[in-house]
Design a protein around this ligand. Structure first.
Ligand code: PLP
Length: 413
């Protein structure tokens, strides 16, 4: 998955990459010609000959299934569609986004290794890196991922990976993936990217990343009816995760239920339409918030520090995404404002994102609460930051008028 050594990564951006058409072009025929492949509701699989079972155990029998913690046909259909979307050789699906993240990290790192990570990441990821990995004596240096000099300086001889999010949670910084890929190639470390906020919009492997991880709980599934994750990478890396002797996914076992794989698979086919509508609605609100004089973060407006970079990285047609943050300075003000918005029917006061309805939460007191307060301050996370995941509202002006009335009631505008 590496770009050729002598080819500057930024050149790759001129090639049109269309994840939605890649999924559309994938024809997956079900067992009985079913257009939605049948759900394989089995934990184990039978063999006519014992030798085939033995070969399958060692991963040498293409098309055969052994046991559903290893591979399940329904999971394979979804994994193949995700690999097509990302332009990777292979993919693997997991029972949560955290399983995708932790399995990838544990597969790549051993005791004594070192990771360079963006300081701004989802709170659960931060906690895993900062607290949990200590058990394995794996050290992590947290950096400002937008400061490339700081990233490179943090690399040591025992560094195995650079970890970041394409669009960071919750500050919506944009990672310069081609530049990070150049640093990672130079130092022979892997670049692992969480693309949860920007599916379709950004294709990290096309920008030089080695491995892409997802919480499919969010935009990819889009229905808030389950928790799931994915890892998109080379065939070699995915096979290493599934290895019966040393594969982290095989041995820790965070397998996704095939019923869920099947429903996520169907939802994946509408992802491109949903991303466009999330982006359209978020851009509308961002412009209204800006005009009202609020302090906002949205990569789609020219004031965002990485707006130009985002334009370079993004695939055409999917917009700047559905996430916006506004800074109300104190958590008390943020709490009152969110309660009022929920009462007015703007959406739900809830964590998570990528849902068809608008969700909002105060990041410092919710999805980033695992991050110690001093680190929150260092990364520039305000106490009053309200993160919006903008929904698929048909009439976004109507939603804006409700938000505007809440802002006025609280004398914020
Ligand atoms: N990555 C990001 C960017 C997230 O926002 C989250 C959850 O909020 C996760 C990963 C974890 O995913 P899950 O809750 O599916 O385990």
């Amino acid at each position: 998955m590496f770009l050729p050594e002598n080819q500057p990564a930024k050149k790759q951006q001129n090639m049109k990459f269309d994840p939605a058409s890649n999924i559309q072009d994938l024809l997956q025929f079900g067992e009985f010609g079913d257009v939605n492949p049948s759900i394989t509701d089995s934990a184990t699989y039978t063999f006519m000959e014992a030798k085939t079972m033995l070969d399958t155990f060692h991963g040498e029998q293409e098309g055969c299934f052994l046991y559903s913690r290893h591979w399940n046909p329904s999971n394979k259909y979804l994994a193949d569609a995700l690999a097509a979307m990302e332009g990777t050789e292979a993919a693997w699906v997991t029972a949560s986004g955290m399983a995708a993240i932790t399995n990838t990290i544990l597969q790549l790192c051993s005791t004594g290794d070192h990771i360079v990570s963006s300081m701004t990441t989802y709170g659960g990821t931060f906690a895993f890196l900062a607290n949990y990995l200590k058990k394995f004596k794996i050290e992590v240096t947290f950096v400002d991922i937008t400061n490339l000099e700081q990233v490179e300086k943090a690399i040591r001889t025992n560094t195995t990976m650079i970890y970041t999010e394409s669009m960071t949670n919750p500050l919506l910084q944009i990672s310069d993936l081609p530049a990070l890929a150049q640093i990672s190639r130079k130092h022979k470390v892997k670049l692992v990217v969480d693309n949860t906020f920007t599916p379709m919009m950004i294709a990290p492997v096309k920008q030089g990343a080695d491995i892409v991880v997802y919480s499919m709980t969010k935009f990819i599934n889009g229905k808030n009816d389950c928790v799931a994750g994915a890892i998109c990478a080379s065939t070699e890396f995915i096979a290493s995760l599934a290895d019966v002797n040393s594969g982290t996914s095989m041995l820790l076992g965070p397998v996704l239920d095939p019923m869920r794989s099947s429903s996520i698979h169907k939802n994946l086919h509408t992802l491109h339409i949903r991303m466009k509508q999330h982006s359209l609605n978020a851009m509308y609100l961002a412009e209204r918030f800006k005009a009202a004089g609020l302090k906002i973060i949205y990569p789609g407006i020219p004031e965002h520090p990485q707006h130009e970079l985002m334009k370079e990285l993004m695939n055409p047609d999917f917009g700047f995404g559905g996430m916006i943050a506004i800074d109300l300075e104190t958590s008390e003000k943020a709490a009152k404002f969110m309660e009022l918005m929920q009462k007015e029917g703007v959406g739900y006061l809830a964590v998570s994102l990528g849902y068809f309805k608008t969700l909002f939460s105060n990041s410092g007191k919710s999805t980033s609460s695992e991050v110690p307060e001093d680190v929150q301050k260092k990364m520039g996370l305000s106490d009053g930051l309200v993160r919006f995941s903008v929904g698929l509202d048909n009439d976004i002006e109507r939603s804006w008028l409700k938000i505007q009335s809440c802002l006025k009631t609280m004398s914020i505008i």
